[in-house]
Design a protein around this ligand. Sequence first.
Ligand code: GLU
Length: 292
Amino acid sequence: MAAATAGAAIPAVVTRFAPSPTGYLHLGHVRSALAGWRAARQAGGRFLLRLEDIDHTRCRPEFADAIIVDLAWLGLDWDGPIRRQSEHFADYRAALARLEAAGLLYPCFCTRRDIQDEIARAGGAPQGELGVPYPGTCRHLGAAERRARREAARDYALRLDVAAALGRTGPLVWCEDGRAIAAEPAALGDVVLARKEFPTSYHLAVTVDDALQGVTLVTRGADLYAATHIHRLLQALLGLPTPDYCHHPLVTDAAGRRLAKRDGAATIRAMRAAGMTPDDVIAAALAGAAMP
Ligand code: GLU
């Protein structure tokens, strides 16, 4: 195998910035983009831009356009074409089919209410970083009932049977800033990977894309650290390479709260309109606190 021979080329560093065009960029995004851009540029590698626009109810073309304008204004140039996830559903469908053929997915017919009631009945559950883990209700349905309900249901989720999946892969680790981290995806419960009429979720699309795009280092905010446990498991199940990870601290506002589009965090375009320079914005993102 070429990779095992002495003197084989070390793969170049490939990083990416993968925003969802559901709003305008804020300083938290700049911090993520900058981390990836710097790592690639310092190593003579590649920095990719991917628009995670699978959710057509929340994503808007004007936000995608604004992301491109903001990054260009900041001088964070990317290599190659932009990958738009909405143009690649076939890739996610293929990965989903492999997991389904391996018997690792099950249909879940629970409503949000059903899940809350089940958790309450079981005496509550600790809230994880990605919410309360699914209690596993539909994992226990028999094959015939599954089939019948699948045909009748207008919608259902396809969940990953995490315990069964881990039984196939055994223990997993990923490399975070040079340290080995043990993946513990069971803490997140059986995550949703798709719906009846929709062949992917964030977890599946991001895992497939990072591999397809040859990403070697994922730089993103600490809010996605919990998700990495699941991404590592999906990589193992799909036979995909594992990039290194670097989850950076979140940028907070003056009151110490993390920035969020929905809370109207100050946007880069507003900062530009207010006369800040790209250097000012980058300094603010690195300082870790939003301008008051
Ligand atoms: N699309 C995700 C977001 O905007 C980021 C995904 C990632 O970096 O893995 O929060």
